[in-house]
Design a binder for this molecule. Structure first.
Ligand SMILES: Cc1ncc(COP(=O)(O)O)c(C=O)c1O
Length: 374
């Protein structure tokens, strides 16, 4: 079945009790036990499992082409659950430009675990290989990365992880299964912030972990979800499910709009550099062309004149909203370094853009009036 069809149908069915076509939201926290003491319908208590959550999980597993999915209360709750599955002293490899929130989890929440962590430039496959140790258990991948849109060769890094008996996990938030299918390249698991494109409307916070096959880190993440209490609310699961129905079509529109905005920015004299994997001059373009079926809605650009010039552009936009996050219908612009705080390695003149679903002509006009003439 094609992904557009899966997006509408997977994990959902016409309600047999009422004929309702849209799925119900199951708010019940508790479920009746059979006289024999069993739970024949599979649900007992909503933290452990809930029909709406199960629908979302089945849908996401199907879209990703995986064996099973778990839905969490946020993207970072997934990352936390994954790391909780590691033993103290285990070694992990992460991209040197990893999403800063994940760096906070690794360096902050897990500081006392402790974990050994190597932050590596993952565009350099030899560097990834050189970073492996006998105790490497997890290789975290993010491609395209946030916010510099660097591209990692999924097949090469997944192979290295396999060779050292580590589990590879790719952050699929920027691409969704519509634009990139990490399992096709041998990656073991994919995690998502469903807050972003999957729910798609900037109105819920959630996360998901999808696995290609049974493995101990997935099982430990399940335990962490259920007993650590990172369960998403049924309403949030329902919002994500509703959003998923239009995901393939939205991803195409985001990509088309971002491509148009990129073309505009590229030729603008006030713009120093544009980061977008669809650009032929992007250093990862060739690999991106192989492993992505579209370029997505995220791009970054550096403004000539440094931090103040970039801040001025962000201050002058009228249609774009100055806000963090991504993947919703509204186009967002963000001075990323100041969002990331003091430790940020992001260039001070960089603005990150989540290109939304407005008409590209209107987005370009807004940037035109916000940028200095050059
Ligand atoms: C690439 C990426 N991964 C993960 C996350 C974390 O997700 P959440 O905010 O749902 O915890 C984010 C959030 O911005 C993100 O951009």
């Amino acid at each position: 079945m094609k992904i557009e069809t899966q997006a509408v149908h997977a994990g959902r069915w016409t309600d047999p009790a009422t004929g309702a076509v849209a799925p119900p939201i199951h708010l019940s926290t508790t479920f009746e036990r059979h006289p024999d003491g069993e739970y024949p319908l599979g649900f007992s208590y909503s933290r452990e499992g809930n029909p709406t959550r199960q629908s979302l999980q089945e849908c996401l597993a199907s879209l990703e082409g995986g064996k099973e999915a778990l839905a969490f209360s946020s993207g970072l709750a997934v990352a936390t659950a994954l790391l909780q599955g590691l033993e103290p002293g285990d070694h992990i490899i992460a991209p040197h430009d990893v999403y800063y929130g994940l760096r906070q989890v690794i360096g902050g929440v897990f500081a006392k675990w402790p974990l050994e962590t190597s932050y590596v430039d993952m565009t350099d496959v030899a560097a990834v290989r050189a970073a492996t140790r006998p105790n490497t258990r997890l290789v975290l991948i993010e491609t395209p990365s946030n916010p510099l849109l660097t591209i990692t060769d999924l097949a090469a890094v997944a192979r290295i992880a396999r060779e050292v008996n580590a589990i590879s996990v790719c952050d699929g938030t920027f691409t969704t299964p519509v634009l990139q299918r990490p399992f096709d390249w041998g990656v073991d698991m994919v995690w998502h912030s469903t807050t972003k494109y999957i729910s798609g409307h900037s109105d819920m916070v959630g996360g998901a972990l999808v696995t290609r096959y049974d493995n101990y880190l997935f099982e430990r993440a399940r335990k962490s979800l259920i007993f650590g209490g990172a369960a998403p609310s049924p309403f949030d699961c329902w919002l994500a499910l509703r959003g998923v129905s239009t995901l393939p079509w939205r991803m195409r529109a985001h990509s088309g709009n971002a491509q148009a905005v990129t073309e505009f920015l590229k030729q603008h004299p006030a713009v120093e550099r544009v980061y977008y994997p669809g650009l032929p001059e992007h250093p990862g373009h060739e690999i991106a062309e192989r492993q992505m079926s579209g370029w997505g809605g995220m791009l970054s650009f550096q403004v000539r004149g440094g931090r103040d010039a970039a801040m001025t552009v962000a201050a002058r936009v009228r249609l774009f909203t100055r806000a963090t996050s991504l993947g919703g219908p509204h186009s967002l612009i963000e001075h990323r370094a100041s969002s990331e705080g003091r430790d940020s390695k992001t260039p001070q003149n960089l603005l990150r853009v989540s290109v939304g679903l407005e008409h590209p002509d209107d987005l370009i006009s807004d940037l035109q009036q916000a940028l200095p003439p050059g």
